[in-house]
Write a protein that binds this ligand. Structure first.
Ligand SMILES: [Zn+2]
Length: 452
């Protein structure tokens, strides 16, 4: 039995049912599962000294497009909103190949891990006509090398320009091809068991890039296979206008008619829901992935988080794609969310601790999991250590639960553990040779942009 003992943490923020914060805390993980949290040092095969550290449950990301790691900070799209931004970027993304997917996944997930995110979700929906068959397989390969829990989604686009959609015709696929590949990926990779390292959901891209039959048939297939459903919804007013003009309905009404309500569905963004729609989400336990940085960057609007929390809509936190963030740092997202909602909602805004809870327990629930997101006996050994024993933290350590939102932390973690395995040490990824991968990824990215 492999065991890891973590000793003498300055504070362990458990995010458990009692919201306990332990000072001088110890933790034992055996065979990937937490078996002790408390005051006593535990014997184990390996010991991590956590003196001077805060420990938190591993963060859980609920929405991402890792391939966009290679189209960050592109000058030509920096002043655009979502629709023109997408139309410009489709032309570049059509040059994606398997290596782009592999290296952008390694670097994007590597960044997530280094900043405390132990479960990564990705939504890949761009499949060029040739050479894209193995894209998601390569993502699973990258995740396994890094040691991160990975929730892939089989994204898709089926409504091209000539059908009134936004993407170019040669970047869309037929419903049959999409559903067949969805089934293949679920059968090959999806593990629904507790402590699963690999899951697959079905994720047609958005109302303006997919056909109604794809949405309906994806819902039927997902329920037949026992997997979850995900898409973008209510991200912009342009999308709302598209739905009203082309589909004759508001976005959520349209999705509801396609079978997309329930505790197995989560939407990215969810900015422009009205009061009745928020109540419907709460009643049906349909989830939302909140992406504050992307929403600010693309000027999409502010998600009604305080209203959602009040009504009981399941909400998780997410970084969204790297081209609208422009990074993969969920730790930084907590602070951005904190500040955005303070500015917008003042005294009704969630606290730093409530946002930490959203990025852990909330996100886990949105992905349909209760085995991750908290540090308690019987839960997965996923956590991160922050070294707070430094001069810039003097006076900032009074409230470890609120710390990440209120103060923020801008350095990589001292250590990150996934399923009891140390995958980051002193800010470095243990699963890969960082300098080599950085060089290979840089070359791959340059060749990709040259092709565009
Ligand atoms: Zn997105």
């Amino acid at each position: 039995m492999a065991s890891l003992s973590i000793r003498n943490a300055r504070a362990i923020v458990t995010v458990d049912d009692a919201d306990r914060v332990l000072t001088n805390g110890n933790l034992l993980i055996e065979d990937g599962v937490i078996t002790y949290v408390g005051p006593e040092e535990q014997p184990a095969d390996r010991v991590l000294d956590a003196r001077g550290c805060f420990i938190y449950p591993g963060l859980v990301n609920t929405h991402h497009h890792l391939y966009q790691t290679f189209t960050r900070n592109l000058p030509q799209v920096q002043k655009m909103e979502l629709f023109p931004w997408l139309v410009t970027l489709y032309e570049i993304w059509r040059g994606l190949d398997e290596d782009c997917i592999y290296y952008s996944s390694l670097t994007g997930m590597g960044e997530l891990l280094r900043y405390g995110c132990t479960t990564c979700m990705d939504h890949h929906y761009v499949f060029p006509k040739t050479g894209s068959e193995g894209f998601i397989d390569r993502q699973f390969q990258a995740a396994a090398e890094l040691g991160v829990r990975f929730h892939a989604t089989r994204g898709s686009m089926s409504r091209g320009k000539s059908d009134g959609g936004l993407p170019p015709d040669d970047l869309v696929q037929s419903v049959d091809v999409i559903l067949e590949d969805s089934r293949r990926l679920v059968e090959r990779y999806h593990n629904p068991e507790p402590f699963s390292m690999a899951q697959v959901s079905l994720a047609p891209c958005s109302p303006f890039s997919v056909t109604t039959d794809l949405l309906k048939e994806s819902a039927v297939l997902a329920r037949q296979l026992g997997v979850r459903l995900h898409t973008h919804l209510c991200e912009t007013k342009d999308e709302e206008r598209f739905c009203l003009e082309v589909l004759g309905k508001r976005p959520l009404e349209y999705m509801a008619d396609c079978g997309w309500l329930g505790s197995d569905v989560w939407y990215a963004h969810g900015i422009h829901f009205n009061d009745d729609e928020l109540r419907l989400l709460a009643e049906t336990k349909t989830g939302v992935a909140h992406c504050p940085v992307s929403n600010m960057k693309l000027a999409s609007g502010v998600c009604r988080i305080p209203d959602m929390l009040k009504l009981g809509v399941p909400v998780g936190l997410a970084v969204d794609g790297s081209a609208s963030n422009d990074c993969s740092n969920l730790l930084a997202e907590i602070r951005a969310a904190y500040l955005l909602h303070r500015l917008t909602y003042s005294t009704d805004a969630p606290t730093g601790y409530e946002l930490l809870k959203m990025a852990t327990r909330g996100s886990a629930a949105v992905l349909g999991r209760d085995d991750i997101g908290q540090l308690a006996v019987g839960k997965a050994g996923d956590l991160f250590l922050l070294d707070v024993d430094s001069i810039d933290q003097v006076g900032a350590l009074l409230d470890p639960g609120c710390f990440l939102g209120t103060v923020g932390y801008a350095r990589p973690c001292k250590a990150v553990v996934v399923g009891g395995r140390v995958v980051v040490e002193d800010g470095r990824l243990m699963g890969i040779d960082e300098p080599t991968v950085r060089e290979q990824a840089q070359r791959c990215m340059e060749q990709f942009l040259e092709r565009a």
